[in-house]
Design a protein. Structure first.
Ligand SMILES: *Cc1c(COP(=O)(O)O)cnc(C)c1O
Length: 356
C-alpha cells in the first residue's frame, strides 16, 4: 500500500461549475482561467473538462503550448502578456493572445514583424495598481496598436481589486474603465468570478471566471455549495495511527496542544509538505469517517493530528477528508488565515492526483 494521501478531482463538478458560469454570463463569452496548473487541479485535466468554455487564460508559454499540443484550438489569453520580445514568434505561431499592460510593450509590437497578426488584450489599470495602462493613456496606446502591422483584434480589459467585497465593489473602476474606453468601440473583458456572480453590469464581452470553476466561493463567509457550485477537489488521506492522550500530555512540535482530559487522537498522513497549511491551528475542521472533528496542535511536514473524541469508531485506516466533499476548502482556509485559492494551488507534487 502506498501513502494514502490523494487529491481526487471531480471533472463532472468542473463541467457543472462551468455550466453555472455560463448561465450567469448570459451573452458574454467565457475565458476559463486555468493558470497555476488549473488552480492545482492539473492543467490538461481541467482544460479537457472545460472544453465547452469559449477560451482559456493562462500565464506561461509552456502552459499555452501544452494546451495546443493537446489539440485545443480555443482562444488562449496570456494573462501577464509577454515577458520578452523573443516570445512573440511563438505567440504568433500558436495564436496566443497576450495581455498588453505596459507602454514599452506597445513599442515592441510597433516594431515587430510576425508571420501572423497577434490578437491582443489591452489592460487598463482601474485601481488595482498592479498591471495596466493609465486610463488616460489608453486611447493613444490603442491607436498605436491599431496602426501596428503585427496586431490584429484588440480587446480591452481590466481587473477589479474588490469585486468580492460588497462594500468596496466595482463602481469606481467601472466608471474609470468606461471613460477610458468610450468611443473606441472595442470588446471588453472585466469580470472575475466575484464580478460574474455579483455584478451583471460588469460582464462585457468576455468574463474570466477562475475560482468558481473549481467549486469555491470568492466571497468571505459564503461557501461554493451555498451558491450552487460543486467542489472539484477533495483532499483525502487516512489515519496511520491512533493513540490515547492522557490529561496533561501534549502532541506535536512545540507541544502547543495539551490534553485537558484523557482523550483519543488520530495521526493523519498529510502535512505542510503536501500543501496543507501549517498556519491551520488547533480547531481547524476535518472529517474522519465523514464525521466532523478538529485538528490538534501544530501541523508538521508529513503529518497532522486529529481529535477522535467525537469519533469512537475512528481507527487506523479510517478515511480522513482534509477539504472538499462535505467540508468546504473555504472553511479550512479561513482557519488558516488564507483563501481556498492558496490551498488549491499549494498542493505539492508528492500528492497523488486521481480523476473521477
Ligand atoms: C486569476 C485571474 C482571474 C480569475 O479570478 P478568480 O477570482 O479566480 O475568478 C481573472 N482575471 C485575471 C486577470 C486573473 O489574473
Amino acid at each position: 500500500m502506498s501513502r494514502p494521501l490523494v487529491a481526487r478531482i471531480d471533472t463532472a463538478a468542473l463541467a457543472h461549475n462551468l455550466g453555472l458560469a455560463r448561465r450567469l454570463a448570459g451573452e458574454a463569452r467565457i475565458l476559463a482561467v486555468i493558470k497555476a496548473n488549473g488552480y492545482g487541479h492539473g492543467l490538461l485535466r481541467v482544460a479537457r473538462a472545460l472544453r465547452a468554455a469559449d477560451g482559456f487564460a493562462v500565464l506561461t508559454l509552456d502552459e499555452a503550448e501544452a494546451l495546443r499540443a493537446e489539440g485545443l484550438t480555443h482562444p488562449i489569453v496570456m494573462l501577464e502578456g509577454f515577458f520578452h520580445p523573443d516570445e512573440l514568434p511563438a505567440l504568433a505561431r500558436w495564436r496566443l493572445q497576450p495581455v498588453i499592460h505596459r507602454e514599452d510593450q506597445v513599442d515592441i509590437l510597433m516594431r515587430a514583424h510576425l508571420d501572423h497578426r497577434l490578437d491582443v488584450f489591452v489592460k487598463v489599470d482601474t485601481g488595482m495598481h498592479r498591471l495596466g495602462l493609465h486610463p488616460k493613456r489608453l486611447k493613444e496606446a490603442v491607436a498605436r496598436l491599431q496602426a501596428a502591422e503585427s496586431v490584429g483584434h484588440i480587446t480591452l480589459m481590466t481587473h477589479f481589486a474588490n469585486a468580492d467585497d460588497a462594500g468596496l465593489g466595482i463602481v469606481e473602476p467601472m466608471q474609470l474603465f468606461h471613460e477610458a474606453a468610450e468611443g473606441l468601440g472595442l470588446p471588453a473583458s472585466l469580470a472575475n468570478s466575484a464580478a460574474l456572480m455579483r455584478y451583471p453590469q460588469s460582464h462585457g464581452d468576455w468574463v474570466r471566471p477562475g475560482i468558481m470553476l473549481y467549486g469555491a466561493s470568492p466571497f468571505v463567509g459564503q461557501s461554493g455549495q451555498d451558491i450552487g457550485l460543486l467542489p472539484a477537489m477533495t483532499l483525502e488521506s487516512r489515519l496511520i495511527a491512533q493513540r490515547p492522550l492522557r490529561k496533561g500530555e501534549a502532541v506535536g512540535y512545540g507541544s502547543t496542544f495539551v490534553a485537558p482530559k484523557d482523550m483519543r487522537i488520530g495521526i493523519v498522513a498529510c502535512g505542510y509538505g503536501d500543501g496543507y497549511p501549517r498556519h491551520a491551528g488547533t480547531g481547524t475542521p476535518v472529517l474522519v469517517e465523514g464525521q466532523r472533528t478538529r485538528t490538534l496542535g501544530r501541523v508538521s511536514m508529513d503529518m497532522l493530528c486529529v481529535d477522535l473524541s467525537p469519533i469512537p469508531n475512528g481507527h487506523v485506516g479510517s478515511l480522513v477528508t482534509l477539504w472538499g466533499g462535505d467540508l468546504p476548502a473555504e472553511e479550512v482556509a479561513a482557519s488558516a488565515g488564507t483563501i481556498a485559492y492558496e490551498l488549491f494551488t499549494g498542493i505539492t507534487p508528492r500528492v497523488r492526483i486521481e480523476e473521477h
